[in-house]
Design a protein around this ligand. Sequence first.
Ligand code: GDP
Ligand code: GDP
Length: 436
Amino acid sequence: MSQIVAVVGRPNVGKSTLFNKLIGDRVSIVNNEPGVTRDRLYREVKWLDKKFTLVDTGGLEPRNNEFMMSKIREQAKVAIDEANVIIFVVDGKVGITGLDEEIAEILRKKDKKVIVAVNKIDNYMKEKDNILEFYALGFYDVVAISAEHKVNLGDMLDLVVEKFEDNKFKTIDEGLKIAVLGRPNAGKSSLVNKILNKERNIVSDIAGTTRDSIDSQFMYNGMPYTIIDTAGIRKKSKIDDNVEYYSILRAIKAINRADVCVLMLDVNELLTEQDKKVAGLIYEAKKPIIIAINKWDMLEKTNNSVKEYTEKVKAEIPFLAYAPVITISALNGKRVNEILDLADKIINEYSKKISTGVLNQVLSDMIAQNPVPTRKGRAVKINYATQVGIEPPKFVFFSNNPELIHFSYARYIENKLREYFGFDGSPIEIVFNKKN
Ligand code: GDP
Ligand code: GDP
């Protein structure tokens, strides 16, 4: 489960610099998929074996001094609500300022895990004692860094990942966790209510980690499920001008916690920019996905409607071609239970392991049907494949010249794997490694 780490601090302490160094060069490679919207405010970061979502609050700073403090306060509040761990950046050359103290107080009031990163300690041996005064801010973990020169960032990240909650030892069995996502008015609350009303053995309502999202547990066919409702997102957004930012943070959080994501669309207004953005987030998080076209009752249907609408959706978000599309009516309950059945099905696809023997038989079929193209006059061979991971399924293909395999051939392989083995609703990863 990915955790959220927020970088917080007053202007000019080096938050953006730190953010950029931590995300490194990977950004440009990670996602060039058409339709996946990039946003500079958050990125996936991996440290050792731990992945987390890093949030930069720097982009929210007003240029106008008058609103500075209220904005910073607001920014810190978002971080408090959403983050699992906070990196509180201060300036080691300047020392503690009044603004630092105000931010510290906001952070202290809530019970949050905070790491104070004393930045601009460019010459560690000479300046490391500068950090001592920052213990006065009242946090236990204080670390000297230089964002610009990448000094001590590893030590800082060690502290960050140490603070992640270990979710392995839950006492309550939450069962399969399903997040319902979509823009306001798509029908998320209606769907959640329908599911909960139909399933009368509701186990309990657990207040979510943010006050706007409520997790509901229920039993279906004798199995526990948890539904993560994000409908509250818009209510808070109304009060400020960073609507996009808040709703995206909340969506990321719900996606990260979910086992399966349901993206709800409104048949009257199929894919808005906001829908595409959320679709991109689910794709990037590599989570299983179901697309539900809601308000199907409102459509004048023909025999061809399901096909027609499914194709429309797939054309708009081609990177999610593997997502099953289901047409529903949250209002009258039509096919609502099918969403739960589909969720069960795709979580199995997500955890499926193909035996190496079968995989290599399929590999020889694939190559026989469509040989790997020769490139730059050099023969390219794929000798062997094996599945090295699940959730999502990950495959390694060994080749004499892996760098010469074109992405279109990788896509061919992906399509073939799906044709043979399914993996409906599940992302899959394909990697080429060198082996003669
Ligand atoms: P933000 O407003 O907190 O996002 O701060 P920025 O990342 O924009 O940085 C503010 C200034 O501090 C810029 O001029 C940076 O080049 C500088 N800065 C950031 N990190 C370091 C550092 O480690 N050492 C030094 N000497 N300057 C830094
Ligand atoms: P949310 O903002 O995504 O939680 O959306 P709501 O569940 O509050 O629904 C927004 C509006 O759409 C409400 O007026 C619902 O009654 C209506 N609605 C939701 N689902 C359906 C549906 O399947 N069919 C019809 N006709 N209306 C629906």
